[in-house]
Design a protein around this ligand. Structure first.
Ligand code: AKB
Length: 319
């Protein structure tokens, strides 16, 4: 039986992934961990939870030893916009945190899933059909930590035999836990505002294409990759994965089909616009499809329908 540790379990991905893993492997076998943010009641009461600090290796090792952990989903990280606002903290959390996790994994023989991001690419990367293996010269601290993280995970596999695996996530959209401090957050906020106010002011320009994915597909990607036959994996860390690519006007048009009164205007945030402009428009994820059978279920239309339905239920609204 696997014993799994999830870091960042109170965050956008972690809050959902922990519950999916508990459903699959048993509540007691999935240990949620967080830093400052308290997880919701269901997560806290359904299985073990510890507060740790990924920048302090002893706090991780203690939990890994206590629960005899053999698999780590390391999700604790700062997102792109907050990382750019505090690059020193971003280095500490994203890099030192990952290094500590890999060291613990090496010592206690754990496998490790680490999410990279479209942020690992930069302005000189081919922006359409971005290849799996291509130029990676990001100009943000977030991107630098993501590229370095991909390389570090590859290094730990090759040098120490640690079973490291990862994907480059696009913007993730979910109705459960909102993201905090990312560049792609608009694609989540827009649904909340459409339900509450029937209007949204977007901080990215029309025509800003980015890869995106609905959370159920992201959770499936993480679990499927960790369960994939290692003999088939040529890339291991940092597989491009995408489900859809759109610009703000496309998501607005899709929402309008269900909420006809919905309107969107623009007030551009130069920081997040510059970050988005340095990221791909759409990635080629054929390596993930070939090596471990990646196949998303949701497109923009089916995601929008589900988001509006679930958020309306959450807000007791009929749309
Ligand atoms: C962000 O916008 O920072 C993240 C990401 C794409 O890595 N959602």
């Amino acid at each position: 039986m696997q014993k799994i540790l999830v870091t960042g379990a109170a965050g956008q991905i972690g809050s959902e992934l922990t519950m999916v893993l508990r459903g699959k492997y048993g509540n007691e076998n999935v240990i949620g961990t967080g830093h400052e943010k308290r997880p919701d009641k269901t997560l806290l009461e359904s299985g073990p939870f510890h507060f740790i600090d990924c920048t302090k290796i002893d706090t991780i090792a203690e939990v890994v030893m206590k629960h005899k952990v053999d698999t780590i989903y390391h999700l604790a990280a700062l997102l792109s916009a907050v990382a750019e606002a505090d690059p020193q903290l971003a280095w500490k959390v994203n890099m030192i945190g990952l290094y500590n996790m890999l060291e613990v994994a090496r010592e206690y023989k754990c496998s490790v899933f680490t999410p990279s991001s479209i942020g690992a690419f930069g302005p000189t990367t081919p922006s359409d059909n971005t290849p799996q293996d291509t130029i990676q010269r990001p100009n943000t601290m977030y991107g630098i930590t993501k590229v370095a993280g991909e390389l570090l995970c590859d290094y730990y596999f090759k040098r120490f035999g640690v079973d490291t695996r990862g994907v480059r996530f696009p913007g993730l959209i979910s109705y459960k836990t909102p993201p905090s401090g990312g560049t792609t957050d608009y694609a989540v906020e827009i649904y909340y505002e459409a339900i509450k106010r029937k209007k949204y002011t977007c901080y990215l320009k029309e025509g800003t294409y980015l890869d995106m994915m609905y959370m159920p597909d992201a959770l499936k990607a993480a679990v499927d990759l960790m369960e994939a036959d290692p003999a088939r994996l040529k890339h291991r860390n940092a597989f491009n994965v995408s489900a859809m690519s759109f610009a703000p006007e496309h998501i607005a048009a899709e929402i309008k089909k269900i909420i006809p009164e919905f309107t969107m205007d623009f007030k551009i945030d130069p920081l997040r616009q510059a970050i988005a402009d340095s990221w791909p428009n759409n990635m080629d994820d054929s390596a993930a499809r070939e090596e471990w059978g990646w196949q998303p279920e949701y497109d923009l239309e089916s995601m929008t329908k589900d988001m509006i339905e679930k958020l309306s239920q959450k807000n007791n609204l009929i749309v």
